[in-house]
Design a protein around this ligand. Structure first.
Ligand code: G3I
Length: 351
């Protein structure tokens, strides 16, 4: 098959790697990664809980493999994520006796973590998600131990530390649902505020966890414009399109329990036996629309990274309910290129 990266020379075409792919235990995935992608992101292995599980004890084995693999493949290597409220061990925010750490202690830990991790791969990891998901849906800062203990300047501090550790690396603010006007406005305020303080930010990462009916292409386009107007680039960092019906919030535990008892979440898992042709086609069309946009905006959108190589890899099989059968990517459960794959190739050269 023609390769995605060759079809979109103006974009870095990326995918995220899990441990099986990093350690070469997934040959099929490895082949897809080499052939189609010019950029890689680490799904979990560079998060704080993986990179520094215990105070001062760093664990770089998987990350070293990941970076070596990217170098062998000649790919642009992304780091994810330095400062996040999730997948960060509790000890980071506590003293030895369990009481909350002070601002100075937490800042020192943040600085040490960023300097150690970014410094180790200086000149090799080309860009970092420095701060991940710091905003709430209404555009205010998310309440998290980072905010509670350090205060709002934890974001600027993280970017300063990352810049010290690798002045050449691209530095990203990464978040989801920035297509929602209130959240997008919050991100625009945040970036402007960082720029006013002279903090270096290269790009905003729009995670791109899309649904079939959200966001609209127009909303995606105006979100790209909102950040382009600030003079930063945009990367689509975690692209997938959820094809399953929404689960009503508050109902998830009950549906999960019922599903597990029945051996499957049948009600909320309609495509367990495969995706009907109509849904294949609808997904293909939706992907084509997004890639048509990303290609047209490639003066601003510099990278598009899928969150998973093939459908069997996707986190969406476990969210918001465990064990659903989702089909959100370009390659299917057996690694086969789907209609969406061919639609993305076609969208590269319209007309
Ligand atoms: O590795 C353990 C395994 O040993 C254990 O048996 C199993 C049982 O649950 O869990 C495994 O760990 C899981 C891990 O993924 C590796 O598969 C964790 O439970 C699970 O929580 C973790 O989920 C990750 C999630 O971030 C955590 O928040 C997903 O893989 C990963 O795709 C997802 O990625 C995030 C981005 O980092 C940030 N943006 C949103 C995106 C999707 O949630």
């Amino acid at each position: 098959f023609p390769s995605l990266k060759a079809a979109y020379p103006g974009l870095r075409m990326g995918t995220t790697l899990n441990l099986d792919e990093v350690y070469g235990r997934d040959l099929r995935g490895g082949e897809i990664i080499r052939h189609h992608f010019s950029a890689i992101s680490p799904e979990n292995l560079l998060k704080w809980e993986s990179a520094q599980p215990q105070p001062g004890r760093f664990a770089f084995e998987a990350a070293d493999r990941y970076v070596e693999l990217g170098e062998r493949n000649g790919q642009f290597i992304v780091g994810h994520a330095l400062v996040w409220h999730s997948q960060t061990p509790a000890w980071v925010f506590q003293n030895a006796d369990g009481s909350p750490a002070s601002r100075d202690t937490l800042l020192a830990r943040m600085r040490n973590h960023i300097h150690t991790v970014v410094g180790r791969y200086r000149g090799r990891i080309g860009g970092w998600d420095v701060v991940n998901e710091a905003l709430d849906e209404d555009g205010t800062l998310r309440r998290s131990p980072w905010l509670n203990i350090i205060g709002p300047d934890f974001i600027a501090q993280a970017f300063r530390f990352a810049n010290e550790a690798d002045p050449q690396a691209e530095l990203y603010y990464n978040d989801y649902s920035l297509e929602n006007p209130a959240k997008r406005a919050g991100a625009v305020r945040l970036i402007r505020d960082l720029q006013r303080q002279g903090v270096r930010v290269t790009a905003v990462g729009l995670q791109g966890h899309h649904k079939m009916d959200w966001p609209t292409i127009a909303a995606e386009d105006s979100t790209i414009t909102a950040f382009a107007d600030l003079g930063v680039k945009v990367a689509i960092t975690e692209l997938d399109i959820d094809v399953l019906p929404r689960v009503v919030p508050g109902n998830t535990a009950e549906i999960s329990a019922r599903g597990e008892a029945a051996g499957c979440n049948c009600e909320s898992n309609p495509y367990v036996l495969g995706m009907p042709d109509s849904v294949q086609q609808a997904l293909a069309q939706r992907y084509a629309q997004f890639f048509d946009l990303y290609r047209r905006r490639s003066d601003v959108v510099k990278r598009v990274t899928f969150w998973g190589v093939s459908d069997d890899d996707s986190w969406l099989n476990d969210w918001p309910l465990r064990g659903r059968t989702n089909h959100p990517l370009l390659f299917g459960w057996r690694g086969e290129p789907k209609a969406a794959f061919f639609a993305v190739l076609r969208a590269a050269s319209p007309g």
